[in-house]
Design a protein around this ligand. Structure first.
Ligand code: KG4
Ligand code: ZN
Length: 330
């Protein structure tokens, strides 16, 4: 079922066309370069850029797909969580398309779409149950997933999201926004001091990164500055975060006796995290599914794919779609 996906939850304007989980085209415009002077996203700039570019991005995706607008059978749009002004641009556009083409509409949860991206362009069935990890700039959530409309949130971050913690600490050490991307590039195991940042073991499935974030800030003022000081601190910081994510996945897979793991979100583009997941998969006989790096950050393909899947399973929305800014529980 040819489904149009629209994603505008944060700083991307992304439009995709997906049919039977296969991506026919995706066009994405990122406004990230406009935030470099500020070191973080400015919501008003994000929504203004989305408002300006969404029609253009839609036309580009349609042209690249080789389809006509009359071929589109449904439209799926990110409903939340995200920046409310940004979400409103995507939702209004999707409602307009739905009215103009007389096709059904479905609102999609951004975090579920990150996980669904792992199943795109693949022939294998959507398996379940699985342990789901979403690690991004706004969320660090771990789920027990029975299906995409039946997910139990096991744990979440109590403070910063892991992408956010990497971005903030990297910025403090002089890297451009989004700093996590540059930490990934400079990271090397040979710089890692395993004892530098210790995340306390927790009884539950929640995450907390603000303690090591503060420790990283103090390091800059306390320690002697050797030439490789920045690389040592940032590599050790990223190492601690990645190992913490792996630890909680181990705990969840053991507790629920589930060997299927599906991950998504911008932080999954991280090369060390991807390598560690593959190592754990081999060691613990996990079946791990991670989207290709380009489908880890915000993208409309996951939204379209999940819209097609859920629309077929339980029908489309009939009325209006109201965006939400904070996470919804199933
Ligand atoms: O999923 P996403 O694109 O947007 C949100 O929903 O938040 O995730 C963005 C986050 C940012 O914090 C960004 O710095 C981080 O993902 N990120 C990375 C990498 N690429 C993007 N973190 C670690 N390594 C990367 N290569
Ligand atoms: Zn995201």
């Amino acid at each position: 079922m040819l489904t149009l996906g629209i994603e505008t939850s944060c700083d991307e304007t992304s439009v995709a066309l997906v049919n039977k989980r296969k991506i026919l085209a995706q066009a994405t415009f990122s406004s990230v370069r406009f935030y470099r002077p500020y070191g973080g996203i400015i919501p008003e700039i994000a929504s203004r850029k989305q408002f300006k570019f969404i029609s253009l991005i839609f036309r580009k995706a349609l042209k690249d797909s080789g389809c006509r607008s009359s071929d589109i059978k449904a439209v799926a749009v990110t409903q939340g969580p995200g920046l409310i002004g940004s979400l409103m641009v995507g939702v209004q556009f999707a409602q307009g398309i739905s009215l103009a083409l007389k096709i059904p509409l479905i609102g999609i949860d951004h975090l579920k779409a990150h996980l669904f991206a792992a199943f795109l362009n693949r022939k294998e069935k959507i398996f379940s149950p699985f342990i789901g990890l979403v690690a991004s700039g706004g969320h660090t959530n771990i789920y027990l997933v029975y299906d995409f409309d039946k997910m139990e949130l096991l744990g979440e971050t109590l403070d910063d999201a892991c992408g956010e913690a990497l971005d903030k600490v990297g910025r403090f050490y002089g890297l451009d926004y989004p700093a996590a991307v540059y930490i990934d590039k400079l990271f090397s195991l040979k710089f890692v001091d395993r004892g530098m940042f210790k995340i306390k073991k927790r009884q539950d499935f929640n995450f907390s990164f603000s303690g090591i974030k503060t420790a990283a800030v103090y390091k800059k003022t306390q320690e002697q500055r050797q030439p490789s000081f920045q690389k040592i601190v940032l590599s050790s910081f990223q190492y601690a975060i990645v190992e913490n994510l792996i630890l909680l996945l181990q705990k969840a897979t053991e507790t629920f006796k589930i060997k299927n793991v599906v991950c998504g979100g911008g932080v999954l583009a991280n090369r060390f995290l991807r390598r560690r997941l593959q190592q754990e998969a081999a060691k613990r006989e996990w079946r791990v599914l991670i989207p290709p790096r380009e489908l880890c950050s915000d993208n409309a393909a996951g939204v379209a794919g999940l819209g097609e899947y859920l629309g077929k399973k339980r029908g489309f929305n009939s009325g209006e779609i109201e965006p939400y800014s904070v996470s919804k529980r199933d």
